[in-house]
Design a protein around this ligand. Structure first.
Ligand code: ZN
Length: 246
């Protein structure tokens, strides 16, 4: 079995020192060497390998990567389904969630309470959609503000969910942000916006670029550190799928 060539994508369990982890093997024709990454949402390691790779080679690759894998896991936080949350932190405020059965889904934020009106208690996907709207509006506002300060123009602002980036700026001037920034404090979101807007003037990470960001946002170092330490926590709450509701 161990010498079989990996032909199709498959999953198997791999034993680390203290725990078992799921490995998702993806053989790909255009890939020249094996690469490993941790998928926080799926809570599994994904390994891309050349299509002629042997299962034994996959396992020895993983054995070598054990230390790195343990480190990834120590950085990640346990995923929680939204239905198991009594409160969430939105833009730095602890918000209590209050579900009310209703014919249509709608949301109403009053001080520190979010009233969730939805036809079923499985409101996760509706709430995710609403949060995306809230953060997008906030980001558009902030982009406009920083663009004004810098004398540049923002072409388009959009949101997406990426595992590795908080924001990006295209050569055409379109800015894109990770919607999960909504779970970060406002000053952190503002730093990410300032960073991307500054790219509209400096499409690089030169000293000149960083001094532009610092002109826009006073706490650049602290914000970068915060994202490095807490970034993975922003992926903690999951909205998709149905949860057990007693
Ligand atoms: Zn950048």
């Amino acid at each position: 079995m161990l010498n079989l060539i990996v032909k199709t994508p498959h999953k198997f369990n791999f034993r680390l020192v203290n725990q078992e982890v799921q490995i998702h093997v993806m053989p790909l024709r255009h890939v020249k060497r094996a690469t490993l990454r941790y998928d926080m949402t799926a809570q599994e390691f994904k390994i891309r390998v050349p299509s002629h790779y042997k299962q034994a080679a996959v396992e020895s690759f993983l054995k070598e990567a054990q230390g790195w894998m343990e480190k990834q896991l120590s950085k990640t936080v346990q995923v929680i389904h939204i239905h198991a949350c009594k409160q969430v932190s939105l833009m730095g405020n602890d918000i209590e969630l209050n579900y009310l059965p209703s014919r249509r889904a709608s949301f109403f934020l009053n001080e520190n309470k979010l009233h969730i009106m939805a036809p079923t208690p499985h409101y996760g996907p509706h709430l995710e959609k609403w949060l995306k709207q809230v953060i997008l509006e906030y980001l558009i506002d902030k982009c406009e503000y920083y663009s004004c300060l810098l004398g540049v123009q923002t072409k388009k602002v959009s949101i997406r969910e990426t595992k590795s980036r908080w924001g990006s700026c295209s050569s055409k001037g379109a800015l894109s942000f990770n919607w999960r920034l909504i779970f970060a404090p406002k000053e952190i979101i503002e730093y990410v916006v300032a960073h991307e807007v500054a790219h509209l003037k400096e499409m690089n990470h030169s000293a000149k670029f960083w001094s532009l960001v610092e002109d826009l946002h006073p706490e650049v170092k602290a914000a970068r550190k915060w994202l490095e330490v807490n970034g993975s926590k922003l992926f903690q709450v999951q909205f998709q799928g149905q949860a057990f509701i007693p």
